[in-house]
Write a protein of this length. Structure first.
Lengths: 283, 365
């Protein structure tokens, strides 16, 4: 907290904080207000006398209804959920095991392998999708959820591995050594001691992985083509922007509904998630 | 219960030779303390006994079994770590029961052993708590409890008391001693605190730079240090040293430097004979110095200047300078001296030590 006169607290704390919050939250507010604004108001010219960009007097559910009746939004939601969950689970399992191995097993080149894995995370998706689409075509996975469930781990596993490696390194080595002396095998020590202690880290990796795959756009755009296979980000953009016509109402409704599951996931785990990032393990 | 034999053990890390040929025979039921300065290889030695560190060279036996290749779980040992290493997600009960569960003891037996250990250690009321809800001393007890429930052949302790405050440390030290007397399990204890080493150990092993300097019972180390290092390490306040040269003087020997000229005690005259004309180090403990009162022969006294007098109630510690060397003398609390005052100190000739100037080995009578 900032010490001293009240004006200092305002100038150095409250006002910057408020500006920051407005900057961060305004897009969400805009999304919300557009979702419930009737079309008549949406397309009103900004010079009109009754132009009210920041609020509406006639909220409507039309756009949400449109979304569910005229597009396959429910299917997209389900697809996204399934793909994100499956690829998160795969990546978490691989990431936890690999992170543990890199942090704890002293094998040759462990350090450079760790760096190598991190570098693969840095390869831009905009390049990687070219060879990947070749692979997807060869295995005839195009236009199925598996094309994404199997490609998302290409960036999720490095991410989870790196995060878990850092977390495992912060867990005191003695815990595991003590378990080994107590009679646990390496597997048992990992299963009964290290993983339970690392739960906050695993949860944060999981939430991040889930969010990354939920929001992923490029692979989903390239590998999926039929409307009933699409995910929310691709479906909303490709079905609600026709040529240069933007269906702003349903677009924003789709964006709003699409971000709700992620928001729920965050708020549900937020406590674990924060302690996961600060890595607080007490001996 | 078992013996532990460490025979010619070396440990090399990539570019660092941490343990350079340590040999030690630990008897059944013995409490052996490894003591030495930071980085001397105590922990490394202990971890090799535990099986947490591979042995570069040499052999370690527990009982009659060579354990070099045995994983920690098969060595039947228990270890208490400096940071306790309690499993943070488990209750105290589960912490203590974990080792027994892993070894497939049946439920009733686990319960019996855990409550027995909890009884001994006085943590019966905390069995359902998590480690983070315990005080440092209680955590320490849980860590001990986890070690004793398994009734292992050997206990290994790595500075178990160093995270406790001074008062609790003394208290736990006594409890550890009692525990050992009661259980009689062979124990190897690592510490850098020489008081802990002296009070706990049946035998004390002083290490430095990966080498054993001396092994012996606490009093033996105190009275007959094998070299200058052990002399200075054991005892508090530490032994005083003065660099001197040995010279012949009639039938006897004298040790002298710019500020003192003392007679070599008779029992050391013969062994110091070959050192005539060479440098040596004279060592004397603060408690073997007192103010000269004229009753002692003049060649067992020397002059010094008081710098600081520390009144401790039971004694006064005089920090004095004697030519190039500064010394500490523990004198009677009724003595009145002022800083800057010139005094004459007498040393107890039977408790004087001489060390070779080059090898620093003790010259023994
Ligand atoms: N994994 C390692 N790799 C390289 N050097 C190491 C490793 N572990 C320990 N050392 C070195 O070996 C030496 C002995 O270490 P050790 O932990 O046995 O010291 P110690 O006597 O227990 O000291 P302390 O009282 O500080 O615990 C130290 O100089 C240390 O730097
Ligand atoms: Mg150590």
């Amino acid at each position: 907290m900032i010490e001293g006169a009240i004006w200092r607290r305002w100038v150095f704390f409250y006002i910057p904080l408020a500006l920051f919050l407005i900057f961060l939250l305004f897009p969400f507010y805009w999304m919300l207000i557009t979702t419930f604004r009737p079309d008549g108001e949406l397309y009103r010219p900004w010079r009109a006398a009754n132009y009210t960009p920041f609020w509406t007097w006639n909220p409507t559910l039309d756009h949400i209804k449109y979304l569910f009746r005229e597009t396959m939004f429910a299917t997209w939601l389900w697809n996204t959920m399934f793909i994100a969950t499956a690829s998160t689970i795969i990546s978490l399992i691989c990431g936890v095991l690999a992170g543990y191995a890199l942090a704890r097993l002293n094998f040759p080149f462990a350090g450079s392998l760790g760096t190598g894995i991190f570098i693969t995370y840095l390869v831009p998706q905009t390049l990687l999708f070219i060879p990947l689409s070749e692979i997807i075509r060869n295995y005839k996975l195009g236009d199925t959820p598996w094309s994404l469930i199997l490609t998302y781990p290409t960036f999720l596993i490095p991410f989870c591995t790196w995060l878990m490696m850092g977390y495992f390194k912060a867990v005191p080595k003695e815990l595991e050594e003590c378990a080994r002396i107590d009679g646990a095998s390496r597997w048992q020590a990992m299963l009964y001691i290290i993983i339970p202690v690392a739960i906050p880290g695993i949860l944060s990796a999981g939430i991040f992985a889930f969010t990354l795959s939920w929001n992923e756009f490029i692979y989903a755009l390239v590998f999926l083509s039929s409307p009933e296979q699409k995910t929310v980000p691709v479906g909303v953009v490709s079905e609600l922007i026709r040529g240069d016509v933007f269906f702003w109402g349903p677009l924003m409704a789709g964006a709003l509904l699409g971000s709700i599951p992620v928001a729920i996931a965050y708020s549900f785990f937020v406590e674990h998630y924060v302690s996961g990032l600060t890595g607080s393990v007490k001996g | 219960m078992a013996t532990v034999s460490i025979r010619g053990v070396h440990k090399r890390y990539d570019d660092f030779h941490a343990v350079k040929g340590v040999s030690l025979e630990i008897k059944d039921k013995e409490f052996v303390v490894l003591v030495g300065p930071s980085g001397c290889g105590k922990t490394t030695t202990l971890r090799m006994v535990a099986g947490l560190e591979t042995i570069t060279e040499g052999t370690i036996l527990i009982g009659d079994t060579v354990v070099n290749e045995l994983p920690p779980m098969d060595r039947d040992i228990a270890m208490v770590f400096q940071n306790y290493a309690l499993y943070p997600h488990m209750s105290v009960y589960d912490n203590m029961a974990f080792g027994l569960k892993m070894r497939k003891f049946d439920k009733a037996e686990i319960k019996r052993r855990v409550s027995e250990a909890a009884d001994i250690l006085g943590i019966k009321d905390h069995l359902h708590r998590k480690p983070r809800q315990l005080s440092g001393g209680q955590r320490q007890r849980v860590a001990l409890g986890r070690a004793i429930v398994r009734n292992p052949q050997v206990f290994l302790f790595d500075e178990p008391l160093s995270n406790l405050d001074a008062k609790l440390r003394v208290q736990m030290r006594v409890e550890l001693k009692k525990l050992h007397q009661r259980l009689g399990t062979t124990a190897v204890y690592v510490t850098h605190d020489q008081v802990e080493a002296m009070t706990l150990g049946d035998r004390v092993v002083v290490m430095k730079d990966g080498l054993i300097q001396q092994v012996g019972e606490p009093l033996e180390l105190y009275n007959h240090p094998a070299n200058k290092y052990v002399g200075g390490f054991i005892g508090s306040p530490a032994m005083n040293f003065a660099d001197v040269t040995i010279a012949q003087n009639g039938s006897g020997l004298v040790a002298s430097n710019s500020a003192m000229n003392i007679g070599v005690p008779e029992h050391l005259a013969a062994p110091l004979g070959p050192h005539v004309g060479r440098p040596a180090t004279f060592g004397i403990r603060p408690e073997d110095l007192r103010l000269a009162d004229g009753s002692e022969p003049a060649h067992h006294t020397f002059e010094a200047v008081v710098e600081v007098a520390e009144q401790l109630g039971s004694e006064i510690l005089l920090d004095v300078s004697c030519g190039p060397s500064s010394m500490v003398a523990s004198v009677d609390p009724t003595v009145r001296v002022k800083p800057g005052e010139k005094i004459r100190l007498a040393f107890n000739p039977h408790r004087a030590h001489f060390f070779d100037g080059k090898t620093e080995m003790a010259v023994r009578g």
